[in-house]
Design a protein around this ligand. Structure first.
Ligand SMILES: [Zn+2]
Length: 285
């Protein structure tokens, strides 16, 4: 690769240069974030596009006034074929825009957990479906925040991403509204932790700044300090960090770290998980 790049820089044969540059930059999976930040909202919808076929699905289009104009522009300009809604769980700030979206695009399926509004298809754990020709989607059931929480692991060649709803946030996790510490431990530290380390994380909310403030109160490492710094300089963190990064800076994914055991006063991983959640719930940084 380095040799090839040096060779390109050194040549004036522009057709070859263009050909190689195009292929080096080729990206088949395209993700467009739609921050839904009006009022007190702080969540994200995402449009995932298979560049080859232009087939696309939208993840958690919760606030139609912010999402529909973007979708409409993409559909009307021929940039996408809108093929479906995907939900990470049933909460209104994720699935609450399904009905209005279906008013405009009645033909599309709603793929999501059993309790999501207007759901048509609930994939089984580890079930696979496709977006267009290139993108393979694997449903990972992660019950806890809600019992119908599903994370979606997408692969397109070398590119890997995971949409985690309110189960995994950058440097944090969702509240255990319908589940237990044991379920969150299984979700984070077995199912999601086993994804390839270079999988980029797209969570349901932009909570990173407050999450890492809490994280730093129980774990002061270079990885944690780097993320504090990143949040000083960047408002958006979705897609910027990987599962490998989470394993370093997310305290909920380090329940066996001695420093975190010391901070929680617990050693059993499930007790550490529960204690961390309780401490985060009452944390006023
Ligand atoms: Zn939620």
């Amino acid at each position: 690769m380095n040799f090839a790049l040096r060779a390109i820089r050194g040549t004036t044969a522009s057709p070859l240069r263009r050909f190689i540059a195009t292929n080096l930059q080729r990206r088949t999976m395209h993700i467009q974030s739609i921050p839904m930040w009006t009022g007190s909202h702080d969540n994200y919808a995402y449009v995932v596009i298979d560049d080859k076929t232009k087939d696309a699905m939208v993840i958690d289009p919760a606030n139609p006034p912010e999402v529909l104009p973007v979708l409409k522009e993409l559909v009307d300009s021929g940039k996408i074929n809108f093929k479906g809604i995907i939900n990470t769980h049933h909460h209104r700030d994720h699935a609450g825009g399904n009905a209005e979206t279906l008013n405009h695009y009645p033909q599309v399926p709603v793929i999501g957990g059993a309790n999501c509004d207007r759901v048509t298809t609930t994939p089984k754990h580890d079930e696979i479906f496709k977006i267009g020709e290139g993108i393979t989607v694997r449903a990972i059931h992660t019950p806890c925040h809600t019992q119908d929480s599903i994370c979606y692991f997408l692969e397109d060649g070398e590119e890997k991403v995971v949409f985690t709803g309110d189960t995994l946030f950058i440097a944090g996790c969702g509240r255990f509204f319908e589940g237990t510490a044991e379920e969150m431990h299984e979700a984070l530290n077995n199912r999601l932790a086993k994804l390839p380390e270079n999988t980029r994380v797209y969570p349901g909310h932009e909570y990173t700044k407050s999450n890492i403030k809490f994280g730093k109160s129980v774990l002061d490492t270079p990885a944690v300090r780097d993320l504090v710094q990143f949040c000083e300089e960047n408002e958006e963190t979705q897609g910027k960090f990987t599962i490998g990064d989470e394993l370093k800076h997310n305290v909920f994914m380090r329940v066996e770290d001695p420093e975190i055991q010391k901070a929680t006063g617990e050693t059993d991983p499930l007790m550490v998980m529960q204690k961390l959640r309780d401490m985060k719930n009452s944390f006023r940084g």
